[in-house]
Design a protein around this ligand. Structure first.
Ligand code: ZN
Ligand code: ZN
Length: 61
């Protein structure tokens, strides 16, 4: 059987591991089409999240 399943592919940032959670649990699909993890401490109080790769984004409710 040659049965190929097409799954939606998530483009993870090279620094973000899909099977790991970001430290604060927030991730972001950025304009570059990649998904990033916030690597700040859980429950950090500033509203700016940042990934290991340097990508930063504001928390938007
Ligand atoms: Zn990143
Ligand atoms: Zn964060």
């Amino acid at each position: 059987m040659s049965h190929t399943q097409t799954k939606p592919i998530t483009n993870w940032c090279p620094q973000a591991k899909p099977n790991e959670e970001g430290q604060c649990g927030t991730d972001k699909l950025a304009e570059d089409g990649r998904r990033h993890h916030c690597d700040k401490t859980p429950g950090h109080s500033d509203d700016l999240h940042s990934c290991k790769c340097g990508m930063q984004w504001k928390h938007m409710m």
